[in-house]
Write a protein that binds this ligand. Structure first.
Ligand SMILES: [Zn+2]
Length: 245
């Protein structure tokens, strides 16, 4: 049973490489529907209660059903999840573990490690440019995947509320937005444009991901190692780097 990220990453990278080779896909974007077809999966879209996708065997064929009403990127992710879950079942010692790793697997399939890493470096982790290459993945999934390749903080702000905040720094990062980040969110909302701003303690880039009646801003924050301003409500000890530097 894989229990750490490096171990499961190795398994997922290998599965993805094999799938892409089998399906003759040699560059992004990755269309999971093409992979499902190449694998002989019977694909269908239906109304699913409380879930995005499911799969089952019937008369010797593997069926995959995806929730019909979801946005295209959600469908892609759900299908990628089902594909990777089926592949993981073949290689994991405990097949019951396959669902648990399938979301991570979906992210690896839509953004294969070597291609995504190259594009991250080429674009300087510009989420808008990455979205143009990995078109089948959502902004959120792309943003979170960059955490595998750099130290940064990704924050999802929906209608002025933080709905997700993840850091790849090896030390504690406050769950709350810094003043600098709040400033960038406001500028993105006002200008409806990408904002990249440099501060003494950090660099913050904000991306508008606006949909009908819903204003999402995605932030990518990189901290200046020496000038990071601590949240005033927290003790300095809470921010000491865990790796002892
Ligand atoms: Zn699953």
């Amino acid at each position: 049973m894989p229990d750490d990220f490096d171990e499961i990453s190795g398994v997922l990278d290998k599965l993805v490489e094999e799938l892409l080779a089998k399906c003759g896909i040699d560059r992004p974007p990755i269309e999971p529907k093409k992979i499902a077809d190449a694998l002989g999966l019977v694909y269908d879209e239906t109304e699913l209660e409380g879930r995005r996708g499911q799969s089952y065997r019937r008369y010797g064929r593997q069926h995959v059903e995806i929730h019909r009403k979801d946005r295209p990127e959600r469908k892609n992710f759900a299908l990628a999840h089902e594909i990777m879950e089926l592949e993981l079942k073949k290689v994991l010692d405990d097949p019951r573990e396959s669902h648990r790793w399938a979301n991570l697997g979906a992210s690896f399939l839509l953004m294969p490690t070597p291609w995504f890493r190259d594009q991250c470096i080429q674009t300087g982790f510009d989420l808008a440019k990455l979205k143009k290459v990995f078109t089948t993945a959502s902004w959120e999934v792309i943003a979170l995947r960059t955490l595998n390749f750099s130290e940064s903080i990704i924050t999802i702000v929906d209608d002025d509320r933080v709905t997700r905040r993840k850091s790849s720094y090896p030390f504690y990062v406050s769950k709350r937005l810094s003043d600098e980040e709040k400033h960038v969110v406001l500028d993105v909302l006002q200008t409806k444009k990408v904002q990249r701003q440099h501060f003494p303690s950090c660099e913050v880039t904000g991306y508008p991901v606006f949909e009908k009646g819903h204003k999402r801003v995605i932030l990518r924050t990189t901290l200046d190692e020496t000038g990071y301003v601590r949240d005033s409500s927290e003790t300095p000890e809470g921010q000491v780097r865990s790796n002892g530097e």
